[in-house]
Write a protein that binds this ligand. Structure first.
Ligand SMILES: *[C@@H]1O[C@H](CO)[C@@H](O)[C@H](O)[C@H]1NC(C)=O
Length: 368
């Protein structure tokens, strides 16, 4: 039942970290890691394979379920291997001579193509001509292109709800599925791949340099990354302000009170500011409906900071910190990440936004 689930979730929020604001380790530790995505390299087809996302449904379900986020198991597309040595579709890219992984990686035409590619309208370029593909936040599928065209890849991303970034590259793939000793290192074909993500693609998450399929070496060249400039303003909220790699680190206010209300962390679907707005609205609705029995202050969310939290460059999830009041940015956006043990936690794609009618600035502490 909806109200029960919300009650249970925000009861947990009520005991949130009382300190202004370390990353909330209790919430982070409770999460299972997002499974690594395997983008198929055999049995790929020219058909687009995309992950559907319905933003309004996602916002509704954030408000409604608010229970521990499940991990989306639908993203790891598994190659089926019923037949041995099955011929694979021919890619549109050139095959260097000799047909070896080293020649592929050294092939100057791939570099030239990547380096001369134009940045499509509405995007910015995050890296150029790497020999690795991304594992970013929010896998949204991929397609195989007939030419290395950033414009085509961008227009496909634009048509996918939730697509926030793409990665385009040449991939050395086998012409036969090398799933038997009789075809353990077949001739190669070059696919031009366009992979869609719900969060930013960066040099930091471009770590997939290929893999071995028996004796066949899958490698990647000419890998470029582009991130959309488009920012969705959640209904009823102010235009989100981008903070890049910094999270808000709000002090106690002028009365020594904590304006921080707690955190939600999302692990499925693309990065979506509206999910955090829905959590803020749900918290405020719940707080108003359940005022403290002792007549104390009703603390309602009117402002939030949401970002992709990374552990050692791998996305942990979309972090959503809720606040009673707004804080001036970038003045208070001072958390660029933290070490915990050997692990480095960092922030990317950070935004703040507030309730368009009720957000009020926190009163400033005497000494900040
Ligand atoms: C904004 O705040 C007002 C007053 O607290 C509330 O009634 C309204 O539902 C909030 N809007 C959103 C979109 O949460």
């Amino acid at each position: 039942m909806r109200s029960f689930a919300v009650a249970a979730a925000f009861a947990a929020l009520a005991v949130a970290n009382p300190l202004p604001q370390e990353i909330d380790w209790a919430a982070v530790d409770a999460l299972a890691p997002i499974p690594t995505v395997t983008i198929p390299i055999v049995d790929i087809s020219a058909q687009a394979s995309t992950v559907a996302y319905e933003p309004s449904a996602a916002a509704t379900s954030v408000a409604a379920e608010v229970k521990a986020s499940g991990v989306d198991t639908t993203t790891g597309l598994k190659a089926r291997a019923a037949v041995t040595c099955k011929p694979q579709p021919t890619g549109a890219g050139k095959v260097p001579s000799p047909d070896t992984p080293d020649a592929f990686l050294a092939f100057s035409e791939f570099s030239d193509t990547a380096q001369s590619a134009s940045t499509p309208a509405g995007y910015y370029n995050t890296f150029t001509d790497l020999k690795a593909s991304n594992n970013a936040y929010g896998y949204m599928g991929y397609t195989v292109l007939s030419e290395y065209s950033t414009t085509t890849c961008a227009s496909k991303c634009d048509a996918i709800s939730g697509c926030a970034a793409f990665n385009i590259y040449f991939e050395r793939d086998p012409t036969l599925n090398p799933n038997d000793a009789s075809c353990n290192n077949p001739a190669s074909t070059t696919n031009i791949k366009c992979v869609f993500w719900g969060g930013p693609v960066t040099t930091g998450n471009a770590k997939n340099a290929g893999q071995w399929r028996r004796d066949f070496h899958v490698v990647i060249a000419g890998s470029n990354g582009y991130v959309s400039n488009k920012i969705v303003t959640p209904p009823g909220y102010t235009d989100p302000i981008p903070l890049g790699n910094a999270a808000v680190n709000a002090p106690f206010d002028c009365q020594g009170k904590d304006t921080y209300l707690g955190v939600r962390i999302f692990q499925t679907g693309p990065f979506d500011i509206s999910k955090c707005a829905a959590a803020c609205t749900a918290q405020a609705d719940y707080a108003r409906a359940h005022p403290p029995a002792n007549g104390g202050e009703v603390k309602t969310c009117s402002w939030f900071n949401t970002y992709v939290l990374l552990k050692d460059n791998v996305a942990v999830g979309q972090y959503c910190a809720l606040y009673k009041n707004s804080w001036e940015v970038p003045k208070y956006a001072t958390n660029y990440g933290q070490y915990r043990g050997q692990s480095k936690y960092t922030i990317e794609n950070s935004f703040v936004s507030g309730n368009g009618t009720s957000v009020t600035p926190a009163c400033q502490p005497q000494k900040a």
